[in-house]
Write a protein that binds this ligand. Structure first.
Ligand code: AMP
Length: 205
């Protein structure tokens, strides 16, 4: 299994890049934001509750996110691997994800942090607002989402840095160039893994 997290501020291209990388490596793309938007479109009471957080640019409470993510991940734990897009967004979520992976004797292998300058994030979000139909694509909500990213999500960089899993990729380049850089990180990881697997236990110790 190959499990990856695409991490970055709102508007950094996580959704686009996650779907491209999932397609390239035949992985399952899990976007919590997309799962929630589907739920809102369905118009259930649960959907209304989710929309009340999302439309203000707030995070959906951890217990709702984890329940949703857990179900989606469990259904795919025997597959080739997962690309997490927009999850985890808090340290609590990251710890829960580690526990889930350990339970299935696997782990998060690669974390890609997409870096995009703040002016560019705003102009992308405003461009997206015109045709996305997303209620959370407006200047006010975008500001709130960025604040929350800085307060609650950015600390995850340190969490994954300590685990030696994070790679930083500039998200300022054209989409296909960013994808190529992410693919390089994946290839590097795979080569390293192959070398380690080809060494005998004696050689390693
Ligand atoms: P996204 O599509 O990833 O930009 O997510 C859209 C919105 O869904 C976010 O602004 C949050 O309100 C909510 N959301 C998505 N993923 C999470 C998560 N992991 N934790 C909390 N809220 C989330």
């Amino acid at each position: 299994m190959l499990n990856m997290i695409l991490f970055g501020p709102p508007g950094s291209g996580k959704g686009t890049q996650s779907s491209r990388i999932a397609c390239r490596y035949n992985l399952v793309h899990l976007s919590t934001g997309e799962m929630f938007r589907q739920e809102v479109r369905r118009g259930s009471g649960y959907g209304e509750e989710l929309a009340s957080y999302m439309n203000k640019g707030h995070l959906v409470p951890d217990q709702l996110v984890i329940r949703k993510l857990y179900r989606a991940a469990l259904a795919n734990m025997k597959g080739p691997g997962l690309v997490f897009d927009g999850f985890p967004r808090t340290l609590h979520q990251a710890r829960i994800l580690d526990q889930l992976m350990t339970r299935f004797e696997t782990q998060v292998h690669i974390v890609i942090c997409l870096m995009v300058e703040e002016d560019e994030l705003f102009s992308r979000m405003m461009g997206r607002a015109e045709d996305s139909g997303r209620e959370d694509d407006n200047t006010h909500t975008m500001r709130r989402r960025l604040e929350i990213y800085h307060q609650q999500t950015k600390p995850l960089k340190e969490y994954y840095r300590q685990q030696k899993k994070i790679s930083f990729v500039s998200g300022m380049a054209p989409v296909k160039d960013v994808s190529a850089r992410i693919a390089k990180v994946v290839e590097y990881y795979r080569q390293k893994k192959e070398i380690l697997q080809s060494l005998t236990e004696d050689e390693i110790s």
